[in-house]
Design a protein around this ligand. Structure first.
Ligand SMILES: [Zn+2]
Length: 350
């Protein structure tokens, strides 16, 4: 407990003083990557036409210049490997080159094609893009839980609009918008995708239409755009059918979300989908049952969105990732890649 408190106290110090000093002194680059390689996760870029970023929803996106800077940094200090090189290493059992880093990006927002791909190509690196089965259609819309946030932002959901009115948690609904949104998101994840769509339609009908400033920010890739990403040499992985909190799904729905996304994407792209990223990807949303389902679906690897997994050591089906956000500075990224951050967290018992 004392160590935990100490870690909370020293975090700003690490971020603003210690990591920058270690980064600039070159000390971090001397550390070996824990496990021999690292996987980094992105969620897309902030586009110039997105005029009013909301840090709560947009905090996972990067400014293009920061993304390019990070790529150049990783190219200079590490070996950025192509996703297919990663898979070859899994299948052959041969190790990866020293200091290998794999780039990944979740959700399949349109800006991954329009803004991220040109930067990846000009820097000559590949990326593993995890998309939902919505991107197998011509009209994928936006992520349902992002739309839900917009629908709830100005007015909490009345009890009758809650996905499970009899179980709705008034305490959460009366609290701050972020807690209320997460509570509704968890309950809505218990509905199968069809019933969740019908429920969302009922909410839409009771609210002013959501006006979005930037299609590139909000809309998911449709199938021909997904093919463009694949044809450009990027690897596509599965991110479930409809991005629910998997731990809330029934056993049947869980299988459908995982296996269904694999088969739908394989059919749309005509190639094997060998990697999976758990939606939300943290210990609150993924447990042993979800890991078993990803294993049974036949994926070569399945990736979390956190650096720490409760059952250590992690396996290829619980592969940790370094989650990069809008706030992540270059020294912080260096501290995460070097494994120093994870070692300190581990020492603090987190
Ligand atoms: Zn996601």
């Amino acid at each position: 407990m004392m160590v935990f408190l100490l870690m909370r106290l020293v975090s700003p110090l690490l971020r603003h003083a210690i990591y920058p000093a270690l980064h600039h002194s070159g000390w971090l680059r001397r550390l070996d990557l824990p496990g021999g390689f690292a996987v980094v996760s992105y969620h897309g870029l902030l586009t110039a036409d997105h005029s009013s970023p909301d840090l709560f929803l947009d905090g996972n996106l990067l400014r293009p210049e920061a993304f390019r800077k990070q790529l150049r940094f990783m190219k200079s200090r590490y070996r950025v490997i192509h996703p297919e090189e990663f898979r070859d290493s899994i299948l052959s059992g041969k190790g990866l080159p020293p200091r290998a880093v794999l780039l990944t990006c979740d959700d399949g927002l349109l800006n991954t094609l329009t803004d991220m791909l040109p930067i990846l190509r000009s820097e000559g690196v590949g990326c593993l893009f995890f998309v939902t089965a919505a991107s197998c259609s011509e009209n994928p819309g936006m992520l349902w839980y992002e739309e839900l946030y917009h629908l709830m932002r100005n007015q909490p959901l009345e009890r009758h609009l809650h996905p499970a009115p009899e179980e709705s948690n008034d305490a959460a609904a009366a609290g701050d918008i972020h807690a209320a949104w997460w509570s509704v998101l968890m309950d809505a994840s218990r509905l199968d995708a069809k019933r969740r769509g019908e429920w969302l339609n009922r909410v839409r009908a009771q609210r002013p239409a959501v006006k979005l400033d930037s299609e590139k920010r909000w809309r998911l890739l449709h199938v021909s755009e997904l093919k463009q990403l694949s044809d450009a040499g990027m690897t596509i992985g599965a991110h479930s059918k409809s991005h629910p909190v998997l731990s809330q799904c029934s056993d049947d729905e869980l299988r459908e979300e995982i296996c269904g996304s694999k088969s739908k994407l394989e059919k749309a792209l005509g190639r094997e989908i060998w990697a999976f990223a758990y939606p939300f990807g943290n210990p609150a949303t993924v447990g042993d049952r979800e890991v078993r389902a990803a294993t049974e679906a036949g994926f070569n690897c399945a990736l979390l969105n956190v650096e720490h997994w409760y059952a250590s050591p992690p396996t290829l089906l619980t592969q940790p990732r370094i989650h990069v956000s809008l706030r992540t500075t270059l020294p912080e990224l260096a501290a995460h890649l070097s494994g120093l951050h994870a070692r300190l967290q581990h020492a603090a018992g987190r």
